[in-house]
Design a protein around this ligand. Structure first.
Ligand code: ASP
Length: 324
């Protein structure tokens, strides 16, 4: 029984470990760990008080997956509900014929199931950071007009990973029954174009779990994980018989091989069915959390680095044969 998480998961790791210790499932541990991060106002990349989109609206993405059944649930562009991971879990558990609900429909579902709603999802401090950031680059912008129907295409160049790929939270847990669950929650990129959905709620991109082989969850430039199908790819590499470290390296190389203009930092954490775990990053110094239920405290472990040069032409893309 153990958990791995992105480093900002420290806020929730105790609750998550206690959940496993007291007989809770891997899904419970993932949900409880992530909820603590979602409620934490100092984390501007997840849940309440995340950095908003270019219009100052906070829209949350989250997903959860059960490695025993491969059932999954996800929400995207959720407004007004801090615990996106719990709403995602209910999408999975209410036995809807759906996996992913977005925007107004996700909000409607959250209301219908009585999910906790908060009137105010941003502090005055974060609203001011958003306003200053916009005004610094576009001093004459009329914020009221922008919200109506103003041109945003140029402004979206401001969109940025607010904490340079340290944002978004990943939790992967393995419980007493050997079930693996994985979860991801994010407020997405700061100042993103309204309606932009990242990898976090996309099963197979930012999140994937399968008890038989392992699990993977990502942070970083979500568009890349969508294009490379990263979390599912890594799990499939395990299924094909690759050792965990090789599967992770291969998934990172797939991301690097995308090349082109819209290339940024990427991180992932992964575990295999034998209980191995590992983290990868394209930026030195990024770490991940590991805690077994028998340990008194968590460990912060270094991630292995695979460089992904920014704006790398990347062509011609090499053929990478994974099965000899
Ligand atoms: N992957 C997240 C997204 O693209 C952002 C992040 O990890 O910082 O929405």
């Amino acid at each position: 029984m153990f958990i791995i998480a992105s480093s900002n998961g420290v806020i929730g790791i105790d609750d998550a470990i206690q959940t496993l210790k007291s007989g809770g499932s891997a899904l419970d541990a993932v949900e409880i760990g992530i909820r603590a991060v979602e409620a934490h106002p100092a984390d501007h990349t997840v849940g309440y008080n995340g950095y908003p989109d270019i219009l100052g609206e906070l829209e949350l993405d989250a997903s959860i997956m059960d490695g025993r059944t491969l059932k999954s649930g996800a929400v995207a562009l959720l407004r007004g509900f801090p615990y996106a991971i719990s709403v995602a879990r209910q999408v999975m558990e209410r036995a809807l014929p759906h996996v992913l609900l977005a925007g107004a429909g996700a909000g409607r579902f959250a209301r219908e199931i009585g999910a906790e709603a908060w009137q105010e999802m941003l502090t005055a401090e974060v609203r001011e950071i958003w306003r200053e950031r916009l005004m610094a680059s576009y001093p004459t912008a009329d914020l009221a007009k922008l919200t109506e129907d103003g041109p945003l295409l140029d402004m979206v160049r401001l969109a940025t990973d607010p904490e340079r790929v340290a944002g978004t939270v990943n939790f992967i847990a393995r419980d007493r029954q050997g079930t693996i669950a994985s979860g991801v929650s994010t407020s997405g990129w700061a100042w993103k174009y309204p309606g932009r959905i990242g990898d976090s709620p996309i099963i197979g991109a930012g999140n994937y779990a399968d008890n038989r082989y392992g699990a993977c969850a990502c942070t970083g430039m979500g568009e890349m994980a969508i294009r490379a199908g990263t979390a599912r790819s890594l799990t499939l590499y395990l299924q094909l018989g690759m050792p965990l470290a090789a599967a992770g390296r291969q998934a990172m190389c797939d991301l690097r091989d995308l090349g082109g203009d819209f290339i940024g930092g990427m991180n992932l954490i992964a575990m295999d069915a034998a209980g191995g775990h590992i983290g990868f990053t394209s930026r030195r110094g990024s770490r991940y959390i590991y805690q077994h239920v028998d340990m008194a405290d968590y460990q912060m472990l270094e991630r292995e680095v695979v460089d992904i040069p920014e704006r790398w032409a990347g062509a011609p893309r090499p053929v990478r044969q994974v099965i000899p």
